[in-house]
Design a protein around this ligand. Structure first.
Ligand SMILES: [Zn+2]
Length: 231
């Protein structure tokens, strides 16, 4: 049996002053009512936790038409695969496909300049039209941080909330594991945003837990999302 601490926090958001980093502090639009912070791995939205089922292949389509150049689109595609590699032995395969119809999610560039936002992703239970990985101009301006940015967004795609969601985000979440001030799911200078070994260990531990505990975790039922194309 797991002895990992459970901490369900449903408190609302509040504002915290930004740190003053070299680059604008990481800010993604996947969860918008949040600010800087640190710690742990968090799962769950609304009344349940959704994660991608172990062993599935997750397909994505890079919409070249939305990028200003093929160099940008191919850079993002290559950076995404590097982000997958940084997450190490996760039980998922991400595969680029060339038809949007066949894809679980789409990668698009947006001209909308949020000024402080680098990117936006989605959670695995989102409906098809919302399963978008959106790259904002700020990310393309700081290409050297792209792998780090996508490593964070990939965390969301796998079902992980911001590490500070418990304190600063409206949607309830549940903590799995223990505090990790270096999690890739925090907000910091994106140059410092890297998948930490504990992010990987906790995600793998959570998969083990989830398949052993059909009753769910921390009062949240667990939903395993099987993308189309997997049996
Ligand atoms: Zn985020």
């Amino acid at each position: 049996m797991s002895t990992l601490p459970v901490d369900v926090d449903t408190s609302g958001p509040h504002n915290v002053d930004d740190a003053v980093p070299y680059l604008p502090a990481y800010d993604c639009q996947t969860e918008t009512n949040s600010n800087v912070g640190a710690e742990d791995l968090r799962f769950g939205r609304h009344d349940s936790i959704s994660i991608l089922a172990a062993g599935v292949t997750v397909t994505y389509f890079v919409d070249l038409d939305t990028f200003k150049s093929d160099i940008d689109s191919e850079f993002v595609a290559a950076s995404f695969q590097e982000a997958v590699r940084q997450w190490g032995p996760i039980p998922l395969t991400f595969k680029r496909v060339w038809s949007s119809k066949a894809a679980f999610f789409r990668v698009i560039a947006s001209d909308v300049d949020f000024r402080r936002s680098y990117a936006r992703a989605f959670f695995p239970d989102y409906p098809q039209h919302s399963r978008l990985l959106v790259i904002y101009p700020l990310a393309l301006k700081h290409k050297y941080a792209m792998v780090n940015i996508l490593s964070h967004e990939l965390g969301h795609i796998m079902g992980i909330r911001h590490s500070f969601a418990g304190e600063r985000e409206r949607d309830p979440s549940v903590l799995f594991g223990f505090h990790n001030p270096y999690s890739v799911m925090r907000y910091t200078d994106p140059l410092n945003l890297q998948v930490h070994w504990l992010d990987i260990d906790l995600l793998i531990a959570f998969y083990r837990y989830a398949y052993d505990h059909p009753e769910g975790y921390g009062g949240f039922p667990i939903q395993f999302i099987v993308p189309p194309g997997n049996s």
